[in-house]
Design a binder for this molecule. Structure first.
Ligand code: URA
Length: 433
């Protein structure tokens, strides 16, 4: 195989053969194909696109670049979210699905950019080890029904190398490359059913609904082509999910939902969690969605979902008692209030996330440390009536108060208060089967 010929072929807009794709990825993983040739191919793919078959071949080649897990006949499912602001859904969904008898092997990520990832959130629980070996991951999944840990270097090394290149060569924005990147990791986990929560809006990776739908369709088609049961929801991410944006505060909020909180601001998060969990259960068990939803509601209200969460935390070495003590630690707080009367017609997710990042809740570089207690807690939701002086949100951070006032001024810009109440908006925009 001559790498240059393959690059030329894609640059001219022609389809690559399965063997060409496989050999290119194998050569790149082994270091035989240099980064500059992989970058050139990524750019050609960005400009010319890939057919469904080529995308499936690229996905398979990346999946096979590392270990592929198998669960010998267990009923397994996982969810992938393209990431959003206040997105703590996995912390609710994965134990809930496990409580319904479906095993959830969930390899997750640390966040880069605006907010922490699921692993960063879980690591705010003192003692929680989110860097299990694959052997320990296997043991925890089988004993607790669910494990959430960071993907090790043994899973899809080709994706790790390629993603680092894409990040610096302007080649992230390609549906084929995004699909193969996300899907290769999920397929390597070995789960039999995959649900995708593709977010769109200011706080999401996909800003427009059209892009989000295109990605959702591509992920579902790719997963099905690899023999998995799959579906996707395209969901709104123009406002944050729930009250909490940060890390420890998001875990605390997920625990509240798992314990059946009736807080109206958490209802949307709880409803979306239930819908995604029901889809996972329905697809893996092959039962009707309504039946799966009823089962999920029961497992939430009889606290068995919370019991799974507790069991998983403990199997990962974490202590919920110490977590509760952490939440009581002194922090610096700043509350912002409305300066006008009217209705909250918008809470811009990206601006809320930027304020949380400024406080230390996210990282700009892979090596940055996260302040577990930093974050934003919203006091109002879209549609709420407010007067002058009504509390809109509270910011908090540990260490010192530096930066609180600046972040507060930035956070204030996230709120739009209008004289008219906004029209009700659905969180779930599309479902793709
Ligand atoms: N997330 C991934 O894992 N890969 C991409 O290419 C984009 C988002």
């Amino acid at each position: 195989m001559i790498a240059k010929i393959i690059i030329d072929k894609k640059r001219e807009g022609r389809s690559l053969g399965s063997a060409e794709i496989r050999e290119f990825v194998e050569g790149f993983t082994k270091g035989e194909i240099p980064d500059y040739q992989m970058s050139a191919l990524a750019m050609a793919i960005c400009c010319r696109g890939m057919t469904e078959r080529e995308t499936a071949d690229l996905t398979e080649a990346m999946m096979n670049s590392g270990r592929v897990l198998s669960w010998d006949g267990l009923l397994t499912a996982d969810k992938h979210s393209t990431g959003g602001v206040g997105d703590k859904l996995s912390l609710v969904i994965q134990p809930l699905v496990a409580a319904c008898g479906v095993f959830v092997p969930s390899l997750t990520g640390r966040g880069l950019g605006l907010t922490g990832g699921t692993a960063d959130k879980l690591e705010t629980i003192p003692g929680y080890n989110a860097s299990l070996s694959l052997e320990d991951f296997d043991r925890v999944v089988r004993s607790c029904g669910v494990s959430m840990t960071v993907q090790t270097d043994e899973i899809t090394p080709a994706d790790k190398k390629l993603y680092a290149l894409r990040d610096v060569t302007g080649t992230v924005a390609s549906i084929a490359l995004i699909t193969s990147s996300i899907l290769s990791k999920k397929l390597a986990e070995g789960a039999g059913a995959l649900i995708f929560d593709v977010k769109c809006g200011s706080g999401a990776f996909m800003k427009s609904r059209e892009q989000a739908v295109e990605l959702a369709m591509s992920l579902v088609a790719g997963a099905k082509a690899s023999g998995r049961r799959a579906a996707a929801l395209v969901t709104d991410m123009s406002t944050p999910l729930g009250r909490a944006v940060g890390n420890a505060n998001e875990v605390a909020e997920a625990i509240q939902i798992l314990k059946g909180s009736k807080d109206p601001l958490l209802k949307l998060v709880a409803d979306l969690s239930l819908e995604l969990a029901a889809l996972m259960v329905s697809l893996s068990k092959g039962i009707a969605l309504e039946q799966a939803r009823a089962e999920c509601e029961d497992r939430l209200s009889d606290m068995s979902a919370f019991a799974r969460f507790e069991a998983m935390v403990s199997a990962h070495g974490g202590s919920l008692d110490s977590f509760l003590a952490l939440l009581e630690k002194p922090v610096f707080r700043f509350r912002i209030q409305s300066m006008r009367s009217g209705y909250v017609s918008g809470i811009d997710a990206e601006k809320v996330a930027r304020a949380a990042l400024e406080l230390g809740a996210g990282r700009q570089r892979q090596t940055d440390a996260i302040d577990p207690l930093a974050g934003v807690t919203l006091d109002v939701m879209r549609g709420d009536k407010v007067s002058v002086g009504t509390a809109l949100a509270t910011l908090q951070k540990s260490g010192d108060p530096n930066g609180l006032e600046h972040a507060a001024a930035e956070l204030y810009k996230a709120f739009t208060v209008s004289s008219q109440a906004p029209a009700a908006a659905d969180l779930i925009l599309e479902r793709i089967d």
